[in-house]
Structure formats: C-alpha cells, structure tokens
Design a protein around this ligand. Structure first.
Ligand code: GTP
Ligand code: MG
Length: 167
C-alpha cells in the first residue's frame, strides 16, 4: 500500500511570469498563449507518484498584479512549499522573486525558484549561473522551466515532492 501525503503549495511572483501556465501545464498538460491574468487566486490539485509515496498537492496560484498584493500572505501562510516564479526575460521579475525569497526565508516553507519562459532564450536577460549561485547561497531549489514547451515542469514539482518532509 502507498502512503498518501497532502501538501499545500503556493505559486508567487510578478504578473505575467507564467505562474498559471506552469500550474496548467503541470495539472493538465496544456498551454494557452492567451492565459487570463489571475484574479485573487486560483485553486487546483495534482498528484505526484513517487516510488512508495503519493504526494497530493493542493495548489494556490496567486495573482501577481499589484492590486492583489495584500492578499498574498493569506495564501502562503502554512504552505509546505512555495514556487517563486520569475521570467528569464525580465530582470524586474527576478528582483521581485528575490523579495519573495527573503519574505519566506526562515519559515517552514520549502522554497523553489523557477526561472520560467526558458524557451525565449534569445531574449534572456537573467543569467542562469548567477541565479544558480544565488539559490545555492539562499538554500533554495532552482530550476529553469518553460510552461510553453513543458521543459522541467514535471521535474520541478517532482523534485519538490521528493524533498518535502514526510512523517
Ligand atoms: P498573473 O496571474 O497576472 O499573476 O500572471 P501569471 O504569472 O499567472 O502569468 P500567466 O500564466 O497568465 O502567463 C502570462 C503570459 O505569459 C501568457 O500570455 C502566457 O502564454 C505566457 N507564458 C507563460 N509561460 C510561458 C512560457 O514558458 N514561455 C512563453 N514563451 N510564454 C509563456
Ligand atoms: Mg495567473
């Protein structure tokens, strides 16, 4: 028999970085060029099967637009994991991601940093190696992803599932 574990996971990051697209790619295997901006937050569930364990994520996909910013702590409070997303073509979005890392550091939330839109390599402004060094220094998981191509999306949620403490 497999043990089933439930974890609350939250997505954080600037508007338009691709939080909703990452969740939709992970949960449904789909991608929409015209994904609507999230209003408040959206909820979804998805499961990851590990060897002898099943991880059931309860996912809160928050809204990145400024007007919703005051709501966000309500969603990350008590989360087992946070995926902090930036867009590799936006320096501003990476600065915002660092702000979220600082805000969640020192809590019990496992932090993963996702540099999304890696399919737009030609427009990259945030260097991978610099972020890798930053992530290592902060002790957070780091992956570059593409909700569009699917690159590293399953891997990201799987790696978080592996690392989450289960007891
Ligand atoms: P808010 O809900 O407003 O906070 O935005 P969000 O972070 O949820 O962004 P969303 O998922 O709505 O994506 C914004 C735009 O970026 C959409 O037009 C997507 O099609 C596009 N997008 C998302 N992920 C990717 C990606 O990996 N590659 C490319 N090229 N475009 C992407
Ligand atoms: Mg969204």
């Amino acid at each position: 028999a497999q043990n089933v574990f439930h974890f609350k996971l939250v997505l954080l990051g600037d508007a338009s970085v691709g939080k909703s697209c990452l969740v939709v790619r992970f949960a449904k295997g789909e991608f929409y060029e015209y994904q609507e901006p999230t209003i408040g937050a959206a909820f979804m569930t998805q499961t990851v099967n590990l060897n002898s364990e099943v991880v059931k994520y309860e996912i809160w996909d928050t809204a990145g637009q400024e007007r919703y910013k005051s709501l966000v702590p309500m969603y990350y409070r008590g989360a087992a994991a946070a995926v902090i997303v930036y867009d590799i073509t936006s320096k501003e979005s990476f600065d915002a991601a660092k702000g979220w890392v600082s805000e969640l550091q020192g809590t019990n939330t496992l932090i993963a940093l996702a540099g999304n839109k890696v399919d737009l390599e030609a427009s990259r402004v945030v260097e991978r190696e610099a972020v890798r060094a930053y992530a290592e220094q902060m002790g957070v998981l780091f992956m570059e992803t593409s909700a569009k191509s699917g690159q590293n999306v399953q891997e990201l949620f799987r790696e978080i599932a592996v690392r989450l403490p289960k007891d």
